[in-house]
Design a protein around this ligand. Structure first.
Ligand code: NAP
Length: 440
């Protein structure tokens, strides 16, 4: 290699991911320079706490993000600080000053992707975010580049390791939600405040990013229908097992044709029954997987570590090398593609299947009145199970009815569940989950 001008990098954040990114930049300098065609030089690292014990020469550390981003010798800004602010301000400033940006910040992207993409467009620079969805797993680049000539129909995945760990624990040990969450916290898989994970916000942010890319349409986290896993019970897992299924928190992005013949995008997150034979059923613990279905390619599956400092840094560094190469060779990678601008489909029009578990009075005619509520809304029943239940003293206390439906609109299904809850014979509707990954 000759005297190519070095590419200057600023890393914002020195936490789980940032510290691994800095390590790779330093440890793999020779290889990275060969792959890029110019040396990659670390200009500085932004942190809140500047100190000598950070594992990075103190001269490289700063708590002044804006000053670091604005340095003339910084070409690429790698944002790994976290929350929406100050990350948004730092990224916009970097883009406006003509620097390429790499970020892993899904919360920010799912909220402000348009604003950031426009700033990148105006400055003719790269904005890359492979690490924002499913950590180490390459899924953004396959969707934007490898499948650019195909037509994506569906992207469905397990993209949150915390909830997948909790659900896997519940499935394998029979634990209830609270003790599985406590285990996940003790092992460092759940944050002190797990809300973003267990209520599905993190998975919804990733669904928004995937749907935007897969369907060339701007989708934000607010467009994503979302349910978390906090209401999933051991009884649901028992019922799932009896049906040959397990329960997974799925992020689903789909291009659908609604009854009015219009193409729409559906993006949704909820816990669902998944047949044990489906590839996503075997994804356990903190692992992630994304299944992409495209018209010509058919079904593709991407699987691996969805979080963690080093795995996420791998994705970040892939983006850094791409952005650096573009700087050396001139040009840019793919820009935001939003030409299709498909409308977002409301949850009510989405065809889904339901599993409903309810406790009813054990007397003649109850099953018929339950079936009647489904029939009235043209929801066809695929399977019914009924078993007697007793109270703590062994006295008969009614019956449990489990119904699995065929596909119907979500609105018809949820109306049916409301009507069932109002029936005199129904003591309680205990659980309602959707069923995914089946033909009908
Ligand atoms: P983290 O461990 O909490 O580290 C955040 C870093 O940012 C810290 O070094 C912190 O400085 C610094 N920072 C925060 N606010 C700052 C400010 N105002 N000015 C300067 N520095 C600031 O976070 P992380 O787990 O590495 O995650 C980083 C990003 O990657 C997030 O967007 C996250 O969503 C995303 N991500 C993480 C993972 C993962 O497995 N961890 C996976 C995929 C994506 P101090 O050290 O001084 O406090």
């Amino acid at each position: 290699m000759g005297n190519e001008k070095p590419i200057g990098v600023a890393v914002l954040g020195l936490g789980n991911v940032g510290s691994e990114v800095v390590r790779i930049i330093e440890d793999s300098a020779v290889d990275l320079a060969a792959r890029i065609g110019a040396p990659l030089e670390l200009r500085g690292v932004a942190v809140r706490r500047v100190a000598d014990d950070r594992g990075v020469p103190a001269a490289l550390l700063t708590d002044n993000v804006e000053e670091l981003v604005s340095r003339d010798d910084v070409d690429i800004v790698v944002e790994l600080m976290g929350p929406v602010e100050p990350a948004r301000k730092a990224i916009l400033s970097a883009l406006e000053q003509g620097k390429s940006v790499v970020t892993a910040n899904k919360a920010l992207l799912a909220q402000s992707t348009g604003e950031l993409a426009q700033a990148a467009e105006r400055a003719h620079v790269d904005l890359y975010f492979e690490a924002a969805v499913a950590g180490a797993i390459p899924v953004i680049r396959p969707l934007t580049q490898s499948l650019a000539g195909d037509s994506v129909l569906r992207v469905a995945g397990i993209v949150n390791g915390t909830t997948n760990y909790i659900l896997s624990e519940m499935a394998s040990t029979g634990a209830d939600y609270s003790s599985a969450l406590a285990d996940a916290s003790a092992l460092g898989y759940a944050e002190a405040d797990p809300t973003a994970d267990v209520e599905g916000y993190d998975a919804a942010a990733k669904a928004a990013i995937l749907a935007s890319i897969a369907f060339h349409t701007r989708v934000t986290a607010d467009d994503v229908y979302r349910e978390g896993i906090t209401k999933v019970t051991p009884a649901d897992f028992e019922a799932a097992k009896a049906l040959g299924c397990t329960i997974k928190l799925l992020s689903i992005c789909e291009r659908i044709t609604t009854a009015d013949g219009q193409q729409r995008v559906s993006a949704r997150v909820y816990p669902a029954l998944v047949p044990l034979t489906h590839p996503l059923a075997t994804v356990n613990g903190a692992f992630n997987a994304v299944v992409v279905e495209a018209e010509a390619a058919g079904r593709l599956m991407f699987y691996g570590q969805g979080a963690g400092g080093a795995p996420t840094a791998s994705s970040v560094m892939g983006d850094v090398v791409m952005a650096a190469r573009n700087r050396v060779q001139g040009g840019r990678g793919p820009r935001e593609s939003k030409y299709a601008q498909l409308p977002i489909a409301p949850m009510g029009v989405i065809p889904t299947r339901y599993y409903v578990s309810m406790t009813v009075n054990d007397r003649p005619g109850v099953l018929a009145s339950v079936a009647d509520e489904f029939g009235k809304r043209e929801v066809s029943i695929a399977e019914v199970r009924q078993e007697g239940i007793t109270d703590e003293d062994g006295v008969p206390a009614g019956a449990r009815i489990v119904v699995v439906t065929h596909r119907a609109t979500d609105a018809a299904l949820s109306e049916t569940v409301s009507a069932l809850a109002d029936l005199d014979a129904v003591q309680s509707v205990n659980s309602v989950l959707r069923l995914e990954g089946t033909a009908e």
